[in-house]
Write a protein that binds this ligand. Sequence first.
Ligand code: GTP
Ligand code: MG
Length: 312
Amino acid sequence: MFEQLPTVPTSQELLDKAFRRASRAEDNESMVQNAGNIISDNLSNLVRKFPSFERLPPFYREMADIIVGVDAMRISLSRLAWASKQARQITKDCIGKMKRSRVQDSTQLRKAAFGRFSSVMKSVEKDLVFLNDARNMLRKMPTIDPTLPTVLIAGYPNVGKSSFITQVTGARPEVASYPFTTRGIYVGHFYRGDQKYQVVDTPGLLDRPLEERNEIERQTMAALNHLQGVVLYILDPSDHCGYPLRSQLRLAEDLKSSLKLPIVVVANKADILRYESVPGMSTETGQGVNEVLEMLVSLLRSKRPDKSRTDV
Ligand SMILES: Nc1nc2c(ncn2[C@@H]2O[C@H](COP(=O)(O)OP(=O)(O)OP(=O)(O)O)[C@@H](O)[C@H]2O)c(=O)[nH]1
Ligand SMILES: [Mg+2]
């Protein structure tokens, strides 16, 4: 989504570029014109290449807000737009004066204009640095696609979440970094007919009691509500995962009340222990996995009735 964001130069880099270009010109007027164009065009291009946050899908907008702060970006971008206009105005004023004055004054006027370019660039120095940092962070944003029907995997550590994603998506899932954890999130895909589905595992987020969450994690959970998703909550009724079933059932209930997405609870490791209250599967032997997947697919289909006809 944010792969297209341009690198953002520093003030000094942009000034150097502008003055370098100017130095190739024949006379003072062209020097000012070239430098002014470089500064003005580069800044307005930057503004154009950053997304208009109002038009982003809500999932991306919220994630961008969590990661870098949408308001702060908007303010910095509007300051760049201002600086771009200033550079154009300085150019226009200077050239106007040059045309009215004696030839020997024009070097003076050109130097004055360059001084003004420098101070405009100085005043957006912090904005450029901020936007470049923002760009680098946004590009690392999870490759979750909010337009795809999504299975979000939840459940305590060791219950078999990673095993499930490997079972149903075959290939090794893609890893993307996330703002609140160094562990990365895992995104895998599978198809039913032409319809692509994504399966997302968010280590550190949907695998422990809600009260342990910080503000960023809470915001991220709210962003997940914008996905066309269902939650697959995996239980390990055997003691193998190291967490009592009671705690696991409680987390399932907590997630049901804190997320707006439907939650399907299944019991994994059916090869070693059967738990009759919910559907069972084993991500080790593969038993029951397809049935669980079909259940998730039909839930997702029922959530998007408009697409169901193409979704064979
Ligand atoms: N017997 C049995 N073991 C399983 C099954 N599924 C997973 N395991 C084992 O359980 C352990 C944890 O599996 P993972 O898939 O890594 O669990 P996870 O939920 O991703 O764990 P975290 O990433 O730590 O949250 C591994 O040793 C698996 O081999 C199963 O169906 N039966
Ligand atoms: Mg895992």
